[in-house]
Design a binder for this molecule. Structure first.
Ligand code: 15L
Length: 278
């Protein structure tokens, strides 16, 4: 059985994954940031620390086969925080993988790397990246960094542009972006088990009828999602949409309106719908 390291284990996604892997008896070492994790079972391999410190990264990766890297800032934040956690921290993690001989990393990229596309567009995996803020920009950088470590050092990466990973979708945007927890776990199983992944980018999304994203080209991972947000559509669409006009126009949803200053109709030129509600 492959030995898995999980960073960001105290976070929203990390805690779901940690509990599921522990319940199955997967050999797992889980790391949180500043706050210690309470073991879920006797003798659970847990640790915490700052991943910008090489010694902490070494402790996490020693003897491991695969790293699921969920640590880092996961929302839009001021640039200095993003740089420390998502740029510097990521370099330390990949350098640690080199030192410790970890051959594969699952990098949690995000749909916010492409958040400035209008919701009317359907995207393939090789689409131009259009980040919707500094957080999305850090994911663009992370994907490129992962590529470099494959090309120069042979460390495999699966960069997963995660949509909205939730137990169930709760708003209209999620009908396109939802990644269900069952599909998340299946996806991670494939990331651990698939042979010869090399460098791969993939949309982290369920089999949603209204998906914006096409995973053609990533077949070698063997990810076959089975959850579809459509079963929640009637219930969700009967409620008001929580997003403002701008958030409803772009794939990045609410992140798009953070520090947005265009008055001219926006990058897709649809002036008529550009105005933000006041
Ligand atoms: C993300 O990248 C965030 O980490 C998460 O909090 C959600 O906002 C998600 O994207 C989303 O777009 O729904």
């Amino acid at each position: 059985m492959k030995r898995i390291a999980l960073s960001g284990a105290g976070g929203q996604l990390g805690s779901v994954v940690r509990a599921a892997l522990i319940a199955r008896g997967t050999p797992l070492r889980s790391a949180a940031g500043s706050k210690a994790l309470t073991p879920l079972v006797d003798g659970e391999d847990v640790m915490h620390g700052d991943l910008r410190e090489p010694a902490v990264v070494d402790r996490l990766l020693e003897g491991m086969d695969v790293l699921i890297h969920f640590a880092g800032t996961s929302v839009e934040r001021p640039l200095p925080e993003i740089i420390e956690n998502n740029l510097r921290g990521l370099v330390e993690v990949y350098e640690g993988a080199r030192r410790q001989g970890v051959k594969r990393i699952v990098f949690a990229s995000s749909n916010h790397a492409i958040g400035m596309y209008p919701v009317t567009e359907r995207l393939s995996l090789d689409c131009e990246l259009r980040p919707d803020g500094f957080y999305g920009l850090s994911k663009v950088w992370g994907e490129a960094l992962a590529r470099m470590y494959w090309d120069k050092h042979g460390i495999e990466s699966v960069c997963v542009r995660i949509g909205s990973c939730l137990e169930r979708p709760t708003e209209p945007r999620h009908l396109s972006t939802w990644l269900g927890h069952r599909d998340l776990m299946h996806f991670l199983d494939r990331c651990v088990e698939a042979e010869n992944v090399g460098f791969l980018t993939i949309w982290g999304v369920s089999a949603n009828t209204r998906s914006w994203w096409d995973n053609s080209g990533a077949e070698r991972l063997g990810y076959l999602p089975t959850q579809d947000s459509e079963v929640y559509a009637a219930e969700i669409l009967a409620r008001p949409n929580p997003l403002d006009a701008l958030g409803q126009r772009f794939q990045g949803g609410s992140f798009v309106g953070i520090d947005y200053s265009r008055e001219d109709g926006g990058p897709d030129g649809s002036a008529a719908t550009a105005a933000r509600p006041v």
